[in-house]
Structures are given as structure tokens and as C-alpha cells.
Write a protein that binds this ligand. Structure first.
Ligand SMILES: Nc1ncnc2c1ncn2[C@@H]1O[C@H](COP(=O)(O)OP(=O)(O)OP(=O)(O)O)[C@@H](O)[C@H]1O
Ligand SMILES: [Mg+2]
Length: 140
């Protein structure tokens, strides 16, 4: 397999994403790779649902920071890790990020915060696994 230097881990604070963080840490140790955590605030969806005030934006940013801080806190000191925050459509933004940052692998949960259960993959994990140019590991 190609040299795995950076592993992208998209996190949404869900149980699936927490499991992906744990698994990604194990992979990062095995490959001596760096972890890049990415949270995407789905501003487009929110703009449709609500008039986007500064207070809402602030709350969304804080929620994302808390999710990223929790992921970083799981990482042992010998594993390099960095957190990133973006706005937009999660699926498209994950792929853009992975290409721009030349990530060698994506590790993510099969499901996220969505309420519909019983389907193996959520819409974000399905889109990423279908369209990513690098290997994708889906944690269930
Ligand atoms: N906003 C986000 N930012 C970063 N990563 C995300 C985001 N949303 C989802 N993910 C990643 O994608 C994985 C699968 O979540 P997904 O959103 O596809 O499932 P779902 O929420 O159950 O379904 P849906 O969103 O289609 O209702 C999560 O475990 C997480 O790793
Ligand atoms: Mg979701």
C-alpha cells in the first residue's frame, strides 16, 4: 500500500464518528501517520431552516469546536493531530478537503447524527465512499 502520511477523520460528534476516531488513532500509530480531524458546519441547510444570525453562527462554531476538542483529547501524545473546521455541505467539503490536503486515507463512521436508522450508510458516508480518490475506511 502507498505510504500513509495523513489520515482524514471527519467528525460530527455521533457514536459512529467517535468509533471512527478510536480506530483512526490505532491506524495512525501503525502507519506513523498524522490525524486530521474535520468538522463541517452545514450552514447551507441551516440557512434554509433559519435566518442565520451571528448568535446562531456562534453557537454552531462552538458546537464544532467542542466536537473537535473531544477528538483531539482522545489522541495519545506520540500521535500528531490537528483539527479543522469548514462550512458547507459535509459530503462535498470532505472530498474537497481530502484532495487539497492530499490525505492518504479517510476514516469515518457508517452513520452519524441522522435520525433514520436501519440503513447501513448515511448520505455523507455513502457519497464519500463512492467519490473519494483515496482509500476510505467505514467504521460500524
Ligand atoms: N457535518 C459533518 N462534519 C464532519 N463529518 C461528518 C459530518 N456529518 C457526517 N460526518 C461523518 O460521516 C459519518 C456518517 O454520517 P452520515 O451523516 O452519513 O450519517 P447520518 O447522519 O446517519 O445520515 P444522514 O446525514 O444522511 O441523515 C459520520 O460518522 C462522520 O464521520
Ligand atoms: Mg448526518
Amino acid at each position: 500500500m502507498d505510504d500513509i502520511k495523513t489520515i482524514l477523520v471527519p467528525v460530527d460528534g455521533s457514536e459512529g464518528s467517535n468509533k471512527a476516531v478510536d480506530f483512526a488513532i490505532t491506524l495512525a500509530q501503525a502507519y506513523k501517520a498524522k490525524l486530521e480531524f474535520l468538522y463541517i458546519a452545514n450552514i447551507n441547510q441551516m440557512a434554509i431552516n433559519a435566518c442565520l444570525s451571528d448568535a446562531i453562527l456562534d453557537a454552531v462554531t462552538k458546537a464544532g469546536d467542542a466536537i473537535l476538542d473531544k477528538a483531539l483529547a482522545e489522541v495519545p501524545h506520540d500521535v500528531p493531530a490537528e483539527a479543522f473546521s469548514e462550512t458547507g455541505s459535509p459530503s462535498v467539503t470532505i472530498l474537497e478537503f481530502a484532495e487539497e490536503n492530499k490525505n492518504n486515507m479517510i476514516v469515518m463512521g457508517s452513520r452519524g447524527l441522522g435520525v433514520v436508522k436501519g440503513v447501513l450508510l448515511g448520505s455523507v458516508s455513502q457519497y464519500v465512499v463512492e467519490n473519494a480518490k483515496c482509500p476510505v475506511v467505514i467504521i460500524k
